[in-house]
Design a protein around this ligand. Structure first.
Ligand code: C5P
Length: 314
């Protein structure tokens, strides 16, 4: 029975700017996305009885169609019915290490791994571009999660331009297990509060999206200037999430006072990361935060930025 083990890294947002509304109801974004070493492991194999089955070690992760990894497999069965008929269905086992509902693309990276895994199992020979196109129909972050690394993401988040690698920069990541932020809520609340400042005409939208390519963050990344990258971190969604979630704001403040190079919420939160100048500093900051917040509900990770998306482990 053929099977693959895939590594599916989480992502953080080094930059997230909300530019305006889109006709499809989503937002026009300018983001810089970054893969990190913290990853789930996905085992995927052909299943002789057919169908799709999802297993996961994490009690909060659903096994049915409400799991985007399941939807990714279902998409492949409808897109490639001949291969589905020839090879049968798939069993997917998710070993979850990435905190759920955290703004870290945990679900999206699982879906990306399923697309890559089924492409291999069914000998489809799809290109990365074809996999990204399929991924975009599942979620805005899925295309990025396939190739990973460091990239500018515009449009809904699916239009990608690769940037130089930031491999090896250390971060501390913090997330309260019991705290979840709904991404639709965060964007909806942002729209309610800030849509008066949205860019409205098409040309200005395109110009704002293009501006990120020559912006300060991209320059800092090109020079791998860690201090400058940490200074230029930006996330518009902090404007709605931090006031509504005081614990996230507190984490942000504790990190800033711990002398890190920079700190920011990732995506729609509630995870917060802090960029450090070394592994030693990251470990010290982790201990410092743990001393201040003894709450077992708070998960802390020391991890590093990485230059890859989905990888085949075996
Ligand atoms: O694409 P994805 O399923 O990850 O998006 C989750 C939610 O985030 C969407 O339903 C939408 O409310 C919001 N969103 C948005 N604009 C984007 C991406 C996401 O408004 N570009």
């Amino acid at each position: 029975m053929r099977s693959y083990t895939l590594i599916a890294p989480a992502k953080i947002n080094l930059y997230l700017e909300i530019i305006g509304d889109r006709p499809d109801g989503y937002h026009e974004l300018a983001m810089i996305l970054q893969s990190i070493d913290l990853a789930d492991q996905i085992d995927i194999k052909l299943s002789s009885p057919g169908g799709i089955r999802v297993y996961c070690n994490h009690p909060q992760v659903p096994r049915d169609k409400s799991n985007i990894a399941y939807l990714a497999a279902e998409l492949m069965t409808t897109e490639f019915p001949t291969a589905f008929a020839k090879y049968g269905g798939v069993d997917i086992t998710i070993n979850k290490q990435i905190p759920v509902a955290a703004g870290l693309a945990g679900g999206s990276t699982n879906a990306a791994a399923v697309l890559v895994g089924i492409d291999l199992l069914w000998n489809l020979g799809l290109t990365q571009g074809e996999l990204e196109e399929l991924g975009a129909t599942l979620g805005s972050d899925v295309p990025f999660c396939i190739g990973g690394g460091t990239a500018i993401a515009t449009g809904r988040g699916e239009q990608l331009s690769p940037l130089p690698s930031l491999d090896g920069i250390y971060i501390v990541l913090a997330k309260y297990r019991s705290l979840e932020v709904s991404t639709p809520w965060a964007y909806k609340t942002y729209r309610e509060k800030f849509s008066s400042s949205y860019v409205k005409d098409k040309d200005s939208l395109a110009a704002r999206a293009a501006a990120v390519h020559s912006g300060d963050m991209v320059k800092a990344i090109s020079h791998k200037d860690v201090k400058e990258i940490a200074q230029k971190l930006h996330n518009d969604l902090e404007k709605v999430v931090l006031p509504a979630y005081p614990k996230v704001l507190e984490l942000r403040e504790i990190f800033a006072n711990a002398g890190v190079l920079g700190t920011m919420m990732s995506g729609s939160g509630p995870s917060v990361f802090a960029i450090c100048d070394s592994k030693v500093q990251a470990e010290q900051v982790q201990s410092q935060v743990r001393e201040i917040i003894a709450d077992e509900d708070l998960e802390l990770f020391v991890t590093q930025l990485t230059n890859h998306g989905i990888q085949i482990a075996s």
